[in-house]
Design a protein around this ligand. Sequence first.
Ligand SMILES: *C1O[C@H](CO)[C@@H](O)[C@H](O)[C@H]1NC(C)=O
Ligand SMILES: *[C@@H]1O[C@H](CO)[C@@H](O)[C@H](O)[C@H]1NC(C)=O
Ligand SMILES: *[C@@H]1O[C@H](CO)[C@@H](O)[C@H](O)[C@H]1NC(C)=O
Ligand SMILES: *[C@@H]1O[C@H](CO)[C@@H](O)[C@H](O)[C@H]1NC(C)=O
Ligand SMILES: *[C@@H]1O[C@H](CO)[C@@H](O)[C@H](O)[C@H]1NC(C)=O
Length: 347
Amino acid sequence: MGTKFSVLLLLFILFPLALAQLKVGFYNSTCPRAESIIGQIVAKRFNTTASGCDASILIDSTNTTESEKDAGANQTVREFELIDEAKVALEKECPSTVSCADIITLATRDAVALSKGPFYAVPTGRRDGLVSNPDEVFLPGPTISVSDAINVFAAKKLTVNNMVALLGGHTVGVAHCSFFEDRLSNFQGTNAPDPTMDPALVAELKRICSGNNDPTAFLDQGTPFVLDNQFYNQTLFKRGVMQIDQRLASDKSTSGIVSGFASNNAAFRLRFAEAMVKMGSIEVLVGNNGQIRQNCRVVNQGKPLSSGNLGQGKPKKPVDQPKPKKQKSKTKRQKPKSKKNPKNGKK
Ligand SMILES: *C1O[C@H](CO)[C@@H](O)[C@H](O)[C@H]1NC(C)=O
Ligand SMILES: *[C@@H]1O[C@H](CO)[C@@H](O)[C@H](O)[C@H]1NC(C)=O
Ligand SMILES: *[C@@H]1O[C@H](CO)[C@@H](O)[C@H](O)[C@H]1NC(C)=O
Ligand SMILES: *[C@@H]1O[C@H](CO)[C@@H](O)[C@H](O)[C@H]1NC(C)=O
Ligand SMILES: *[C@@H]1O[C@H](CO)[C@@H](O)[C@H](O)[C@H]1NC(C)=O
């Protein structure tokens, strides 16, 4: 009893402290051009590639584990190249100053804006984890129920509104067919497609998925390259691709939020930005914890591993908090994202 109490207390004390140490403009004096250097690199990338896709990659990447990266195709490679390019430029400008965790967060913000999404101020000051392969699970599989998903997000202190807004990131996302194919023909052993999917969409997805090597489909069949509220509107027309996406529109606890976002893009933009900032502020390493990686792909040489500083560095979870479901090896966090490994299903 005493132990439980103190663990909880510690959590409440530590949490606001971590938040307080992230600041908009953390690099103002130590690396004043950091944000503009990252912005230019992301913009250059957008100018030379299919833009919407890159936004989804970045949004995904914010919480992708190594195993997921392994599973990813060429897009994942490009995502890492972009982060590497930014890191090289920043090490030149101000060595050992800007963390990889902040680079990813800022690049994601810029990719969102370039996809016509909101531009929001990002608090920075994160430090990098001392272990590069956290077995963290944020986003559960695509067939999760809305109530289970709510619990997973709640365990990260994210509200139902935050969750629905973050899943709206699927507006620029793609998913491999293995994430939704079960809905197309023999849904739950019925020998018929999922009745909650528009038959025209079933036909279109069957066509796409008849290709080799587990093809991908856009999760927003309306405006896949624009970070807007069309994703929600599509689900109102039974055109959600993944089951969890479609369920958001029908479940009592989320349907009101979905229809609100579907009819009000400004409200969606506001809530999406708010949820992105909040997600980026939880369980981060700050102050003297962790390190500033010199190469974003590996932990700096010579640093001892500490079990208390995993991955992007999160404090250990209190024992009595609901644990997010662990999926075997590859798990993704809750980033609105999509291409994942078939086994884990990701959002
Ligand atoms: C990714 O998610 C973890 C929690 O699962 C969080 O600690 C970390 O800060 C997130 N990273 C980014 C860049 O948002
Ligand atoms: C950095 O500069 C911006 C713009 O002037 C300001 O809004 C922000 O508060 C500053 N942050 C810090 C930590 O000095
Ligand atoms: C991207 O393209 C736009 C318009 O073509 C141009 O104005 C801008 O300078 C380019 N940005 C970069 C970073 O190359
Ligand atoms: C990756 O890129 C290579 C060369 O650009 C291409 O041949 C290959 O089909 C791509 N793989 C995927 C999964 O897109
Ligand atoms: C919502 O989606 C439907 C189906 O794709 C489309 O016909 C309609 O124009 C969309 N409505 C808005 C306001 O975008």
